[in-house]
Design a binder for this molecule. Sequence first.
Ligand SMILES: [Fe+2]
Ligand SMILES: [Fe+2]
Length: 191
Amino acid sequence: MRPTREQAMAILKKYVKSESQQKHAMAVEAAMCYFARLNHEDEQLWGVVGLLHDVDYELYPEEHCVKAAEILKEEGVDPEIIHAVQSHGYGICCNIEPTNMMEKTLFAVDELTGLITAAALMRPSRSVMDMEVKSVKKKYKDKHFAAGVDREVIRQGAERMGITLDELISNTMLGMREQASRLGLEMHDDQ
Ligand SMILES: [Fe+2]
Ligand SMILES: [Fe+2]
């Protein structure tokens, strides 16, 4: 089946209990939906792929992207979605290469949403709403900031998509803005 957003959320919550992991899934979802619209593609499908991409990570961190296939198959999810989910670990935890634009986008935005979230939380507003591309870029270049975020994956991701790093950052951020309150990244002016 091709899950609705509600069905995908239910699957996510069944396997991922950590709130920060759920928020990560929704941040990737937000970016995927934005890029789907830009590419005139199926927003619901891209969003669901974003929501489900780390479904196995909390329970099986050592078998990330491998267990996901089993879980999603058991949940009756379409092979197209399973392939896309697995491909985000290309070169890291699996050898399924991102081929179509949906898969390339997932690969590119996964780590970047983490960088953008970390950068947003450093701001006085603790928000993505008043953030600019150049401030994200500064954090991208600062290797000590959010050191767990793999810059090479982001760089390679933009290259695979055939867009510039600035375009990737800008559109990912715009996607996350659309869901800022869901992500806890709306404006906070209680500084
Ligand atoms: Fe992952
Ligand atoms: Fe992820």
